[in-house]
Design a binder for this molecule. Structure first.
Ligand code: FAD
Ligand code: NAI
Length: 466
């Protein structure tokens, strides 16, 4: 360690960005501390994000399969009964085990966990609850929080108007849930409560769900969620909300303007996006400004404009995803240690963990076409033997390749296990694969992944099974 400082590197925030950066920094021999204001490590992802939402999605999927006849189709007759308390208990247990796991990894790697809120005193001094800690480098990994919607006040305790954290903890299944924002959180948590018996209405400002994904995926998503019984109000905005007792009344109007109307619900989920956490960090003390979107800008090495101060994860530009934050954490720690850490931001998969799952990596067809001529291959899951056998007819795989070089530019997929399937597409793209490379890779039969091979074969017009 550098003798003039307490630490070589101090990381602010112990989410997937921060805790991973801390472990890698310690592995590289740097004296490392990580400051976290929550009681437990793991950040948004482990405490109130990825992990608890997946615990509820997984459990509710079992309930739904029993309730909607999918199990009966396979000769398994059960009448499901909901024990919501037990469902919540297994969620909390998953969170406890995984956050505890990070505490174990910190000990194992000799990362000092500093509990409390961190504020900059200067670029090499951070205050944590009155303790002034000096450090050669600081990595800001403070993550993000829910974007508020003016006029719609969230009160998670009352369980009427909630954000994602409140929606994970509802003590009773709502009769009617209005989801404001048809993005990832709205569709995942809306799915949980729909499966458990709620009537779910999604109000989305844009004319399609899931902004950022390929248009074919977005259009198909609307069809699939409607078929599952969700009501979609696209091109619609919420302009206000009043709560009386257990009933919320929302005022809505067409996004383009027009006549207002009202809609009532006993639960409203506000899920219109997340914004970076920089308040109370004392960025003014080090002369660091945020951009128009409140993010901290960095260069390709994750250095900010201030010498010795770095930033990663949800607090910097790019998709707000745990795996993106983790990879940046590793690369940034390596750069702090004088190595060459790189993240290829062109190949970051995104997955929506509904049923079926929606996943993609690389460019959408529209984005790819803006850059030049493309060839596209599509293959329906209906023609995939495993999906067909498992009674999973919905979905397709779409491979987008450069028309001239055949290099794969993007892969999009809807399937029960799309999130697992997309990994091979990301790896192929990371290796600079052509669609032919994928088409000539032997895939095990019968697997859902064969649909990726078939879609790659379809790029040159020669799929076998359609
Ligand atoms: P965070 O995880 O937000 O961690 C930052 C930490 O810093 C927090 O614990 C915070 O308490 C702490 N902190 C902030 N300021 C200070 C300070 N001044 N002093 C001390 N500590 C501070 N992503 C996926 O990839 N897959 C998913 O399935 C997924 N599901 C999600 C579901 C939900 C409901 C939500 C809300 C998010 C989900 N995400 C998912 C997004 C994912 O959680 C984030 O992208 C990820 O957590 C970002 O990691 P991070 O390390 O940048 O920040
Ligand atoms: P989002 O950005 O995915 O979706 C927000 C939606 O709300 C958009 O479709 C937007 O058009 C709409 N919207 C915005 N203002 C509106 C308004 N006033 N009225 C109606 N609709 C409005 O944000 P979301 O779902 O809140 O999630 C936040 C972040 O968390 C995401 O960016 C995602 O990166 C991350 N996340 C990732 C998950 C995953 O990887 N599976 C799961 C959950 C969250």
């Amino acid at each position: 360690a550098d003798q003039t400082y307490d630490y070589d590197v101090l990381i602010i925030g112990a989410g997937p960005g921060g805790y991973v950066a801390a472990i890698r920094a310690a592995q590289l021999g740097l004296k490392t501390a990580c400051v976290e204001s929550r009681e437990t490590l793991g950040g948004t992802c482990l405490n109130v994000g990825c992990i608890p939402s997946k615990a509820m999605l997984h459990a509710s999927e079992y309930f739904d399969a029993a309730a909607n006849g999918s199990m009966a189709k396979m000769g398994v007759l059960v009448e499901p009964k909901l024990d919501l308390e037990a469902m919540h208990a297994q969620r909390l247990d998953a969170v406890k085990q995984l956050t505890g796991g990070i505490a174990f990894l910190f000990k194992k790697n000799k990362v000092d966990w500093k509990k409390g809120h961190a504020t900059f005193v200067d670029a090499h001094t951070v205050d944590v609850g009155g303790e002034k800690i000096t450090t050669k480098n600081v990595i800001i990994a403070t993550g993000s929080s829910v974007t508020p919607l003016p006029g719609v006040e969230v009160d998670n305790d009352k369980q009427v108007v909630v954000d994602s954290t409140g929606a994970l903890e509802l003590k009773a299944v709502p009769k009617k849930m209005v989801v404001i924002g048809g993005g990832v959180i709205g569709l995942e948590l809306g799915s949980v409560w729909r499966r458990l018996g709620a009537e779910v209405v999604v109000v989305e400002f844009l004319d399609q769900l899931l902004p950022g994904m390929d248009m074919d995926i977005r259009k198909e998503a609307a069809k699939i969620f409607k078929k599952q019984g969700m009501t979609l109000m696209l091109s619609t905005k919420v302009t206000g909300c009043t709560v009386k007792g257990k009933t919320a009344t929302l005022t809505i109007e067409p996004a383009a303007g027009g006549e207002a109307s009202t809609i009532e619900a006993d639960c409203v989920l506000v899920s219109i996006g997340r914004r970076p956490n920089t308040e109370g960090l004392g960025l003014d003390k080090i002369g660091l400004e945020t951009n128009k979107r409140g993010q901290i800008e960095t260069d390709h090495d994750f250095r900010t404009k201030v010498d010795g101060v770095w930033a990663i994860g949800d607090v910097i530009p790019g998709p707000m995803l745990a795996h993106k934050a983790e990879d940046e954490g590793i690369a940034c720690a390596e750069n702090v240690a004088g190595q060459t850490g790189i993240v290829n931001h062109a190949v970051i998969p995104g997955v929506v963990y509904t049923w079926p799952e929606f996943a993609g990596v690389g460019l959408t067809e529209d984005e790819a076409k803006e850059r030049g001529a493309v060839k596209v291959g599509k293959f329906p899951m209906l023609a995939n033997s495993r999906a067909k056998t498992n009674h999973e007819p919905d979905g397709f795989v779409k491979v987008i390749a450069d028309a001239e070089t055949d290099r794969v530019l993007g892969v999009w997929c809807i399937a029960s296990v799309a999130g697992t399937m997309i990994a091979q597409a990301a790896q192929a793209m990371e290796f600079g694969a052509t669609s032919e490379d994928i088409a000539y890779t032997c895939h095990a039969h019968p697997t859902h992944s064969e649909a990726i091979k078939e879609a790659a074969m379809a790029v040159t017009g020669k799929p076998i099974h359609i």
